[in-house]
Design a protein around this ligand. Structure first.
Ligand code: ARG
Length: 586
């Protein structure tokens, strides 16, 4: 089923051909001046060169062809230097849209792939903060979108569980409690199942340890030693580290659950450990990795005239780094998981890191050229001072507190609006949670991911404007209309030819498949979020000009219900991809 834009493109292409020009000039876009026409084609301007004719005369010739098609086209005009302005008859719009409403709202990809989305990326022993929020929200929408189109998707959290922070923790605990069994080198198994540290302990110990590291050279050496011994497999350290992981994962899983974000894989950096030695050996023997000042590096070619610093594989003390792990990880994802595409949803500030890893992976032939490695970076969430968002006390805002904050704000708003007040308390709470989360997610996704944005809770949770609650409320409003009229969601009503009241909504509804393509192409959830907002706006405009519930003319009422049903179907699909939940009622 072609989209409306494609449908018109086909008609215009045929007209170009009938007038003696190549069909490729027939592409149309939705007009930027909807007051003049619905679609626009600038093919005549492009064709002028090839045919040595003025764009205007080409456009005139095509227009003569198009004007014969009065059943489908209501208005064809040549404008300016040779633009073609084209509008459809209302019957044609309704016919196309009814057909679209009968088929899948977004067609499945004909070439399903295995896609790995690397996102979330929290670190063991550190609380989840707003920096991980963007990765989680954007990454989740990217994985959901791919899944909805029929791809096999693996979402991987890539937990930071293996570097110096782990050594710092071990060394710091050893300092505080040297008597613990984990530090006795003569013991190698039979460690207690119970963790000696809680999440709260870890959150205190890690910052304390990192502070000490900066002041105390001796402690720094101890932490480095502990990191190396942990990685080399010292049993007591491994056992203690296992507790860190388990304890952290419980907290993380709880946080991600309240955010409604799920991962298929909880692999940590440690997961790739066993691949590192053989990989390093291979790269050395192939001459891809070379020694430099005691370290082992991979020199990288320049890109578009810019020099790329070498990737450091091993430091001079033999320790490997974040990049080494990421390189081994690419290898596993390509060779063991058969990824056709890997998308990294990670802070924009790590762009150089990924440039290096990707370049090294290609150089070492760990990843074939036809498997795209994509860094879908994102900007920061800032406070009103323009600096990265902090709590009032100046600390890092934790995700858990943030969710509490948005839920409270949503409750406040609902009380103000007198919304849901007569419902049971448990339901009210659940609605507030859904509204709060939708506010948080939409506020993030509506921004181009590479831009920074300012955290403004009051604005995010408003029921008016470009917000999650506005979208959610629109869907709930449609549900309520359907409930009042006892219409089942799968009812087959037919949309009637639009008047000025319905036309805008119908033309908008026709665009979703194209919007989804654009979202996928740029990995830009904001494209879809923006469309969701326009759709909600168009629906509310339509709704305000009609009286669906009291309409006496059955055909008219059913036509409007068909439109409402289709709008709800799209809004439900979109909000699902964006990770928002729609309550039954509000
Ligand atoms: N743990 C890292 C951080 O907090 C993010 C991990 C991103 N993924 C990756 N494959 N490097 O910065």
């Amino acid at each position: 089923m072609p989209t409306l834009q494609q449908y018109v493109t086909d008609i215009v292409s045929a007209a170009f051909s009938a007038a003696g020009f190549d069909t490729s000039y027939g592409a149309v876009v939705f007009s930027e001046r909807p007051d003049l026409s619905q679609f626009q084609c600038n093919g005549a301007l492009k064709a002028a060169k090839q045919y040595g004719q003025s764009p205007r005369s080409i456009a005139e010739a095509v227009s003569v062809q198009l004007q014969q098609n009065t059943e489908i086209l209501s208005n064809v005009q040549v404008d300016g230097p040779g633009f073609l302005n084209i509008s459809l008859t209302d019957t044609a719009i309704a016919a196309q849209l009814n057909q679209y409403a009968q088929s899948e709202i977004v067609p499945q990809d004909q070439n399903p792939q295995t896609v790995i989305v690397d996102f979330g990326g929290p670190n063991v022993a550190k609380p989840l903060h707003v920096g991980h929020l963007r990765s989680s929200i954007i990454g989740d929408s990217i994985q959901k979108l791919h899944r909805a189109l029929g791809h096999t998707v693996y979402g991987d959290i890539h937990l930071g569980d293996w570097g110096t922070p782990m050594g710092i923790l071990i060394a710091f605990i050893q300092r505080e409690q040297p008597e613990l069994i984990y530090f006795d080198p003569t013991i190698t198994d039979g460690y207690p199942a119970e963790s000696p540290v809680s999440m709260a302990d870890l959150e205190r110990l890690y910052p304390a340890g990192s502070t000490l590291l900066k002041e105390d050279a001796e402690f720094q050496r101890a932490a480095q030693q502990a990191t190396a011994e942990l990685q080399a497999g010292r049993p007591g350290y491994r056992a203690l580290w296992n507790h860190f992981i388990t304890v952290s994962e419980v907290g993380l899983k709880d946080n991600f659950k309240s955010l409604g974000v799920e991962f298929d894989w909880w692999y940590g950096e440690s997961h790739y450990h066993d691949r590192i030695d053989p990989l390093v050996e291979k790269l050395k023997s192939e001459g891809i990795a070379v020694e430099s000042k005691g370290a082992l590096i991979i020199p990288l070619p320049e890109q578009n005239g810019t020099e790329i610093p070498p990737l450091i594989l091993l430091k001079s003390d033999g320790a490997f780094l974040y990049s080494t792990t990421d390189l081994a990880c690419v290898d596993e994802r390509v060779h063991d998981n058969h990824a056709n595409q890997i998308i990294y949803v990670v802070d924009q500030r790590q762009h150089l890191h990924f440039t290096q890893v990707f370049s090294a992976a290609r150089l070492a032939k760990l990843c074939p050229e036809n498997v795209p490695l994509i860094h879908a970076g994102f900007g920061t969430i800032n406070g009103s001072d323009g600096k990265p968002f902090k709590t009032r006390a100046g600390g890092v805002m934790r995700l858990r507190d943030l969710i509490t904050m948005v839920t409270e704000k949503a409750t406040e708003r609902m009380v103000e609006a007198g919304m849901s007040q007569e419902y049971p308390e448990a339901e009210q709470k659940e609605i507030a949670r859904k509204v709060g989360i939708s506010a948080l997610k939409f506020a993030d996704l509506i921004n181009n991911r590479t831009s920074n944005y300012i955290f403004d809770l009051d604005r995010f949770v408003s029921f008016e404007g470009k917000t999650g609650p506005y979208l959610v409320y629109t869907a709930v409003r449609i549900q309520s209309i359907l409930r009042k009229l006892k219409v089942q969601p799968d009812t087959d009503f037919v949309m009637q030819a639009p008047t000025d009241v319905e036309r805008g909504l119908m033309l908008t509804l026709s665009q979703l498949p194209d919007v989804v393509n654009a979202t996928l192409e740029g990995l830009t959830p904001h494209t879809l979020a923006e469309y969701g907002f326009t759709l909600a706006q168009e629906f509310n405009r339509f709704y305000q000009q009609t009286s669906i519930i009291h309409e006496q003319d059955t055909q008219k009422q059913q036509g409007w219900l068909a439109l409402s049903l289709f709008t709800l179907k799209q809004l439900t699909w979109i909000t699902e991809i964006l990770g928002m939940e729609i309550p039954e009622r509000m």
